[in-house]
Structures are given as C-alpha cells and as structure tokens.
Write a protein that binds this ligand. Structure first.
Ligand SMILES: NC(=O)c1ccc[n+]([C@@H]2O[C@H](COP(=O)([O-])OP(=O)(O)OC[C@H]3O[C@@H](n4cnc5c(N)ncnc54)[C@H](O)[C@@H]3O)[C@@H](O)[C@H]2O)c1
Length: 269
C-alpha cells in the first residue's frame, strides 16, 4: 500500500502510521494524480462509489470497491463500461463470499456432498451477543447510511446497504443460481418495545424494518429465505450474527457464521 486518502486528515495519518503507508492525502483527485498507484480500494460512503470509481477509471487505475457497488443499476453500468472500455479490472468487495466458512460450504457443494442444492435459509441476529439493547452513539457524518439518496435503497436503506451480502451468499451457495424475484414482509408492529440505536442506525423504527425476505431463482426448483430478529426491532435472537443453511437433494450444510463462532446461547459459545 503506497498511499491513503481520507477527508479526515487525522484519521488518515493514524492509519498510515499504523500500516506504514508512506503517502497521505486529503484529496482523492490529488492522490490519483500524484501517488503513482496501480489500483485503488474505495471504502467511502456508497454515494461516492460511482463518482470515485469513474475518476479512477479515467486515471487508468484498477479498482476494488466496497459493497454496495453503486446506488442503482445505471450508476453501476456506467462504471462497468468505463473500466471495461479501458481494459481495467474491477472487483466489488463482497466479503461474504470470501468468508472461510462460506468458501468451505461452496467447496462441499461443488464436490456433490449434499447433491443438488435446492433451498437456502439465512438468519440474522444481533451483531453482538447482548441480552440488553445497547445504544451506540456515532459521529453525525455517518448519517449518510439512513439517507436513501446517499446510501441507496429507497424507504429501506439498511436493506440496500446490508442485504447485498445475503443475496450474494444466496447465489454463491447455489452455484450457477440466479435470483429471479424478491419478496419482503415489512414489520408493522414490534412484539416488544423497540429500543433506539444511534442516529445513523437505520433499525430505529418499525416502519423501516424488514424481518423477512424470500426469493425465487431462475431455476423454479430453488428458493431462498432470510429472517432477522434484532433487539432494536423489539425482537431478540439468542444466536448472534448470521447463519446460513443450504438444503440439497442428499443432505444439508449449516454455516454458523465465520468459523462457526456465531453459535452463542445466553452468553456461551
Ligand atoms: N464489506 C463489509 O462488510 C462492509 C462493512 C462496513 C461498511 N461497508 C461499506 O463501506 C463503505 C464505507 O462505510 P463506513 O461504515 O466505513 O463509512 P464511514 O462513514 O464510517 O467512513 C467513511 C470514510 O470515508 C471518508 N470520506 C468521505 N468522503 C470522502 C472523500 N470525498 N474523500 C476521501 N475520504 C472520504 C470519511 O472521512 C470516512 O473516514 C460503505 O459503502 C459501506 O456500505 C462494507
């Protein structure tokens, strides 16, 4: 890594010093011009992905870009055309398909261990195992996450920001499977009193919560479902994080988070 850029110079300098990065910039344009780099890794808020990717493409830099890639198909296509036209490489940082546990599940599926995969069931609890709701406070500049114009996703910005992981996993673990249609059930009334999170936490009102998503694949034999229970939405899942179950013709695989570490029950792993 030869350069780091952030509008927050103090944060950029701290990162550079921790990771021994020789150059620090607060202007992205200046970094592209001066830093002598081959590849840019874009980890800024989502509304900046497309403009920054286009700028990098025009400067002939290969690209790694955080998920969600862009806010809509139009933005995404514009970036793809730019980089393809210049023969550049582009990778979207979809972390869930690089988790060791998902890689292992995919290898077992490809080896035919569960036969043809037909169903995928994904669940999502709280990120941290916590019997009581915890209220975080974060800096105001992180509020872009709850502004659909900045994070994408219309009325449900967190789904757009986050569910990309679950859809990527859903296609990854049914090799060759392509999602055809998506259905969702919005939460109208939580069963228990809702808790409030930080201002930038999009899980703060029942109206913005989707606890259940289902989808069909182009192959009509395959289906998927995703469910979520979270204290901030008035529900509590005693298992933290995510888990994924793939049902095949001959068997089934269950992934309990990365490294199996997500099977927690009342504080015990
Ligand atoms: N793959 C994952 O699991 C994962 C996890 C978290 C976030 N993300 C994605 O990463 C992206 C960033 O999320 P975050 O939570 O880190 O956001 P954040 O708001 O906490 O951090 C964004 C950083 O970008 C900097 N920045 C903003 N505008 C800039 C500019 N013009 N030039 C240079 N730096 C600028 C900010 O100063 C800040 O340091 C989002 O797209 C998010 O969806 C992915």
């Amino acid at each position: 890594m030869v350069a780091v850029c952030d509008l927050n110079e103090k944060a950029a300098r701290a990162f550079a010093s921790q990771h021994r990065v020789p150059q620090v910039y607060t202007s992205y344009t200046e970094m592209l011009e001066k830093a002598g780099i081959d590849l840019v890794d874009i980890g800024t808020p989502t509304f900046l992905h497309a403009p920054m990717a286009l700028e990098a493409g025009r400067a002939c830099k290969h690209l790694h870009c955080e998920k969600p890639f862009c806010r809509n198909v139009g933005e995404g296509l514009e970036v793809c055309l730019e980089v393809e036209g210049r023969g550049l490489k582009l990778l979207v940082g979809e972390t869930y398909v690089f988790l060791a546990s998902h890689l292992k599940a995919r290898a077992l599926i490809e080896a035919g261990q569960i036969g043809r995969p037909l169903q995928i069931r994904q669940r999502h609890g709280a990120w941290l195992e916590r019997p009581q709701a915890q209220v975080y406070s974060g800096p105001a500049e992180r509020n872009w996450r709850i502004d659909p114009a900045k994070s994408g996703g219309g009325a449900y910005p967190w789904i757009f920001d986050h569910a990309v992981h679950f859809f990527a996993t859903a296609e990854y673990l049914i090799p060759g499977g392509r999602i055809a249609q998506v259905f969702s059930v919005p939460a109208r009334k939580a069963q228990a009193p809702k808790q409030r999170g930080a201002a930038h936490d999009p899980y703060t009102t029942a109206e913005l919560d989707i606890p259940l998503i289902t989808w069909s694949y182009k192959d009509p034999a395959c289906q998927g479902v995703w469910m979520r229970a979270e204290r901030l939405s008035g529900k509590y899942d005693f298992m933290r994080g995510f888990s994924t179950c793939v049902v095949g013709e001959k068997g089934m695989i269950e992934v309990l988070g990365e490294g199996g570490g997500n099977l927690w029950w009342e504080g015990q792993q």
